[in-house]
Design a protein around this ligand. Structure first.
Ligand SMILES: Cc1cc2nc3c(=O)[nH]c(=O)nc-3n(C[C@H](O)[C@H](O)[C@H](O)COP(=O)(O)O)c2cc1C
Length: 507
């Protein structure tokens, strides 16, 4: 049984529209609780005493506990609540008070730790908000903490559409995109797993092999020796941040990963709070653990996707690329075009369509404004997934014994198409970063790739497209201070990035 808790109020509720779309995805009995129709008791002292007496007597079949019994017995919970005054309508709080019953939905262990007694393993929390300022802790965060910490519901997912009342916004379009991205998602993907899982209506599912290649690309890990290799760079970047930010300030660290480039311990001693932002929560946990820190109210994490191209789109691209490389491996021809001309056109067209679908994507950094944002070596990554996937596909084909002819030409073909979109991705990202930083931004980008034989500084052997754009994007902003330092990309190949790290003051 799915328990649908409806805290929506308006007749044309947009939150409810999302909830109905989600419920349609499941083929199970649905029981609805419309909070508006429930005459909640006033929680005065007399009520509390009455309740305690019933709990003490184990009289859980009393009417007072009917909602809690129903909650405890549900196989899955769906809550729909509009975002009101940074949380949700009071009726939902009243409902949570009603169902949080010691002995029915949770109990205390002898050590005083709550232990869940609910049957459900999954809870969806659906919300829509008028604006974009949505600190999570008072709304979804509160329900998640109760669900995980008290009721024992481990899988708690958020489905959210924001910015609906902003002047010029198109609410229908935002809701449709939310349904596409977060509820329907690609074939076989569960709703609410990622805000970036939109499904294009007429896309065909990718082959198993392409999905496996793409999964490997997504799961790619940083090298084990990065922490050691980056010691000097880490220290320079960390010291620069400390000398340009006020003690006790709040820091948002973007593209945090495992934070091999930042001494989190030192920063934690300096800052009042730090929030790591990245695509994958696991890496942030690893980062904190690696520096002997425990996540807390001052050391947090926010998942954010700075690009918004969906898994499904990347998989479609992987699939196409795989078929082209297989063709190149098996077809003798004099040129790339002769071997796979029509397929190349299709690849180019697909890439343009993917970028087109992505044009309205809104980066969600959570709505909070931090004192400082730290973004170093991130811009270069924004638009490089297509070329990263290229390397994984090529390796997969070559590992199976085939040689991919014209691979470099194909790589260049893809680069020429993707690079046209770097400016937009960088600008959109920067707008979100600067909006999230009240006092200033520590902004680092790769200026040059240099060759460093045996530690010496050799010639410039290249630049990084997104990083170059990052530099151009701040040309008009006054730079308070900056340093130049070296970030060792690959000790083995003797290559380093020459980084420019600036402090850009806001206001
Ligand atoms: C009483 C009230 C309080 C609200 N508070 C906020 C708020 O704090 N932040 C925000 O972004 N939007 C706020 N809104 C706007 C709603 O979140 C937004 O319009 C939402 O989509 C309404 O959902 P519904 O269509 O399901 O009623 C508020 C709306 C109301 C009526």
């Amino acid at each position: 049984m799915i328990l649908y808790i409806d805290a929506c109020v308006r007749r044309e509720s947009r939150t409810e529209r999302l909830a109905r779309a989600l419920l349609q995805e499941f083929d199970d009995e649905i029981r609805e609780v419309r909070l508006e129709e429930i005459p909640f008791d006033v929680s005065d002292e007399a009520f509390l005493e009455r309740r305690d007496r019933l709990i003490e007597a184990g009289a859980f079949d009393h009417d007072m506990f009917s909602l809690a019994r129903q909650f405890a017995a549900a196989d899955m919970i769906v809550i729909a609540a509009p975002y009101w005054d940074l949380s949700f309508p009071a009726s939902l709080k009243q409902y949570m008070e009603k169902v949080t019953v010691n002995g029915l939905t949770f109990e205390y262990t002898p050590e005083g730790i709550p232990r869940g007694l609910c049957r459900a393993e999954k809870l969806y929390y659906i919300m829509t908000a008028g604006g974009d300022y949505i600190p999570e802790e008072f709304g979804f965060g509160y329900i998640k903490a109760l669900a995980e910490g008290y009721y024992g519901i481990r899988d708690v997912r958020l489905i959210k559409a924001a910015g609906l009342d902003i002047v010029g916004a198109d609410p229908d379009q935002i809701l449709d995109q939310c349904i596409r991205d977060q509820i329907r998602g690609p074939e076989g993907k569960e709703p609410g797993l990622s805000g970036a899982d939109a499904s294009g209506a007429e896309q065909a599912p990718a082959s198993d092999r392409a999905c496996r290649i793409y999964d490997r690309f997504r799961a790619r890990a940083s090298r084990d020796d990065e922490y050691k290799d980056w010691t000097e760079y880490r220290s320079e970047l960390t010291d620069f941040i400390i000398s340009n930010t006020k003690p006790g300030a709040s820091l948002l660290i973007l593209g945090a990963g495992k934070c091999n480039d930042l001494d989190l311990r030192k920063l934690a001693e300096h800052a009042g709070s730090m929030t790591l932002s990245d695509y994958r929560p696991e890496t942030a946990e690893e980062a904190f653990r690696g520096y002997g820190l425990t996540p807390s109210a001052h050391l947090g994490f926010r998942a954010a996707d700075y690009v918004g191209i969906t898994d499904r789109d990347y998989m479609e691209y992987t699939d196409l690329l795989l078929s082209i490389m297989q063709k190149l491996a098996g077809t003798p021809a004099r040129s790339l075009e002769a071997a796979a001309g029509p397929e190349l056109d299709r690849l180019g067209q697909t890439l343009e369509e993917i970028y087109g679908r992505n044009a309205d994507y809104r980066i969600d950094l959570g709505g909070a404004v931090y004192d400082y944002a730290v973004v170093a070596g991130v811009h270069s990554q924004l638009n490089n997934a297509f070329r990263g996937i290229f390397q994984y596909v090529r390796k997969d084909v070559e590992d199976s014994g085939d040689r991919v002819r014209f691979a470099e030409e194909l790589n260049k073909y893809i680069f020429e198409i993707t690079r046209k979109h770097t400016v937009d991705l960088v600008d959109r990202f920067n707008a979100a970063v600067f909006a999230a930083a009240g006092k200033g931004v520590i902004y680092g980008y790769e200026e040059n790739i240099i060759y460093t034989p045996e530690g010496a500084r050799g010639p410039v052997i290249g630049t990084v497209d997104g990083a170059r754009q990052a530099g151009e994007a701040i040309a008009d902003r006054p730079v308070e201070t900056y340093i130049s330092c070296l970030w060792p990309l690959s000790r083995r190949r003797g290559i380093k990035y020459e980084m420019t790290i600036c402090f850009l003051k806001q206001n």
